[in-house]
Structure formats: C-alpha cells, structure tokens
Design a binder for this molecule. Sequence first.
Ligand code: PEP
Ligand code: MN
Length: 347
Amino acid sequence: MIIVLQKEATEKHLQDIIDRIRRCGLEPHVIVGVARTVIGLVGDKQGLEPQVFEGLPGVEKAVPIMAPYKLASRDAKAEDTMIEVGSAVIGGSEPVYMAGPCAVESWEQILDTAHAVKEAGASILRGGAFKPRTSPYSFQGLGEKGLQYLVEAGRAAGMPTVSEVVNPSDVELVSQYVDILQVGARNMQNFALLRQVGQTRKPVLLKRGLSATVEEWLMAAEYVMAEGNYQVILCERGIRTFETATRNTLDVGAIALVRQLSHLPVVADPSHATGRSDLVVPAGCAAVAAGAQGLLVEVHPNPQRALSDGSQSLTPEQFKQMMGAVTQIAKSVNPEPARYWWNRNAV
Ligand code: PEP
Ligand code: MN
C-alpha cells in the first residue's frame, strides 16, 4: 500500500502518519516525488484496510499496490528516478555510458582505457576487481589492488567508477573505493548481498540474473530498497535461452516493459548479452531504441590479450564508433523518455 500525502501536508502530519504506520507493525518509506510525496508501507499488511490511514490529517488517499514489488513500482512513484553519479545523471534525459575492461588487469591497461573511453563519450569507468568466473582456475581479478587502480584511473580521466562486489563481507571495502556497487547476474538473488548493499547509500547497479524473470529482478531491487537504499539501477545483460549462437539473449522487450513497471533507471549490457564484439554495437543500439537509459560496455586496449571476456570486448576505436551510432539513436527515438516510453496509455 502507498499513502499519498496532500500537497499541503506539513512535517507534523508526516510524522504523525509515520507513527501510525509503525504502530501497525509496518515500516514506512518516504518517497519524495516532484509532484507529490508518498509513503510506501512495507511489511505484512494482511487485513489492513486503506481506511485506517485515509482519515488522518495530511493524507490524500491510501492505495493498495498490486505488484509484489512495492517501492520499485511505478505506482509508488510516477516519475523516473534519477541517480546522480559525478556529473552523470542516470535515468535523466540522456543515456549514460559506462565503459571499461571486464577486469582491471594492470595500471597501464586501466589508465589507457579510462582516457580512451572518456574521450569517446563515456562518463563512468567500469572494471572488475573481484571476478566471479565460471571456472575457479580462471583469472579471479586483482582484488583491492584492482579497485585502487580503477579509482586512480577514474580520477586521472575525470570519471566516477563502477565495480562488482561479490561477497556481503566485501561491501564495506568496495564502497570505500567505487561510486556504484555492481551486483552481478550470478548474485541477483543473493539476498544477504542485496541487504548489505541496501544498507549503504551508494547507487547499486543490479544485473538481471541469468534465468531471472522480470518480476524476480524487480523483487531483487525491492530487497535493496527495503533497506532504505533507493538508488538502484537495473541492468538487462541478457538471459539464458535455448539459443547458443550468442552467449545470452538480450531481452529487448524487457527493457521497454521494465520502464513501464518501475520508476528505476534501466540500462543494458550488450557485451555480456551477446558475447561477441561484432554484435555489441547492434545490440547496444537496440537497447537504447527500446528505452535503455544507459549502456555498460566492455572495452579493452587489446581484446585479444584480455584476461577475461576478450571476445566480447571492443577496442577503444570500436567503442568510439559505437558511441556515434548510439547517440544518434538516442536523439532520434527517445527525445522525451520520461514522458513517452513508460507511459502505457501513450499508444
Ligand atoms: C561483468 O559485468 O563483468 C559481469 C561479470 O557481468 P554479469 O554479472 O552480467 O555476468
Ligand atoms: Mn565480463
């Protein structure tokens, strides 16, 4: 259920309503929107009628939310959530491009990449330091040293950073370095990790699980938000289907759908979605055309020598070309994303 406050509701009204919610054994989440403030109620609401709140001073109405995800739902907040990271606004009027190597391999590698992707138009530097790999014998990342290199390279090129955190016990450490905490596809339902990143106030890039439904993905976002961290960025990175010609299958329809269902920003990762560098550009273009508000792209100065995911990594030159294509698409198809794409009554 959400409680919609009257425009003229005072701070005292808000406090009284919050007290009342807590006395019902529920947790209030105050969501301040541009047009209105709402309070999301989280907890077991069985048998609770909206009328309990509707008579209270400052309350305009109480509305049940049918979806199992509440705080992530478009019903809880009509306008798009915008997340500021450095000078980039994820979920704003223009897509945000995050680029860098799959894994930080050396100081020279990350520094070269940082300058190259920045020059091409990326505004956030990515790089894995803790690498969960399919095989325990593959390169596992440089750990904390990798985070140091990543952040230093980001600073040198003037870019904030994003990196994956794998263990709940590493959340504090990774938070000390990067600007965005990435939760990987394999960890999308690691509820201990979701709660832990929810305890921070860092933006969280939540990748869709390999076999997760849209609802499961949004419920994972709900876990983070239920802890009080509302800065969640959803990342479609391809799902596992019967098709083996590509590494995964980019679920373009899900991008457009989730833009409707949730106010959270949605971005796409065409690198892991396809697994092939020659497909990254068209897949990225498709994602932006479908309403993705940003892309996460693997770029390596020398993909053939990459220690991980070389086959799907673009060279800096290819990334530059990609940026030319996607920015054209973003301009032509998505002039007013907030008003057009998620509006289910628009067509
Ligand atoms: C990554 O971004 O490097 C990564 C491991 O992605 P995913 O979790 O989507 O496989
Ligand atoms: Mn990778």
